[in-house]
Write a protein that binds this ligand. Structure first.
Ligand code: TYD
Length: 208
């Protein structure tokens, strides 16, 4: 491939997204692709420092707009330093969360609305994903799974209604951009979800 691909994974907390993106990377590497795995917020030294601030359970007073701008700042560095150069070098970049997370969590979830897309246009400068896998799970099921891993950072300490709004937000985004989004039912076993993802990828890119 002369130009690579940029593929993102999205989903609510507990959707199994991080496990699935790792399995998908393994599948692509076995097929001989040069794969870069990364995550948001994070992925570069500076972006990981911003991540620590964003997820710090002690930062209870963080303003919603501050939060949205910090996610975008972390993303701007990530795009310029890692994502863009890797795709231009012909690699497949897999990213655990990207702009859609901001639109859903800050735009819908925090009620900041359209300004989140506008802020992020500046952050990503045209670097939008070729494909986005949405791992669709009900908020109840997601919360149950998260409970098992005991994670509880600042952003996960939100109410059930907030998580329901997040799930609904993702579904709206996927419906608005059906060419980019591939919606995967994430309620099945790890193996079932993984094979649904690879099947969908092979269908989308039969020539690869
Ligand atoms: P993380 O521990 O990576 O959780 P997950 O495994 O669910 O991806 O934490 C990321 C958290 O940040 C998650 O709760 C979603 C949130 N988030 C936003 O609110 N906006 C964003 O733009 C991004 C990238 C993440």
């Amino acid at each position: 491939m002369s130009k690579g691909l940029f593929i993102t994974f999205e989903g609510g907390d507990g959707s199994g997204k991080s496990t699935q993106y790792r399995l998908f990377a393994e599948y692509l590497r076995n097929r001989g692709f040069d794969v870069v795995t990364t995550r948001e917020p994070g992925g570069t030294r500076i972006s990981e420092k911003i991540r620590d601030l964003l997820l710090d359970p002690e930062c209870t007073e963080m303003d919603d707009m501050t939060e949205a701008l910090l996610f975008a700042a972390s993303r701007a560095q990530h795009v310029e330093e890692l994502i863009k150069p890797s795709v231009e070098a012909g690699k497949i970049v897999l990213c655990d969360r990207f702009v859609d997370s901001s639109i859903v969590y800050q735009g819908f979830g925090r009620g900041l609305g359209d300004c989140v897309s506008a802020i992020n246009e500046h952050a990503v400068r045209g670097m939008y994903p070729d494909v986005t896998f949405l791992l669709d799970i009900s908020p109840e099921e997601g919360r149950k799974r998260n409970g098992k891993t005991g994670k509880n950072d600042r952003l996960e300490k939100q109410s059930m209604e907030y998580h329901a709004m997040v799930a609904e937000g993702y579904r709206k985004l996927a419906a608005a951009e059906p060419d980019r989004f591939i919606v995967i039912d994430a309620s099945g076993s790890i193996q079932k979800v993984a094979s649904d993802i690879t099947d969908a990828f092979e269908k989308r890119y039969p020539e690869l």
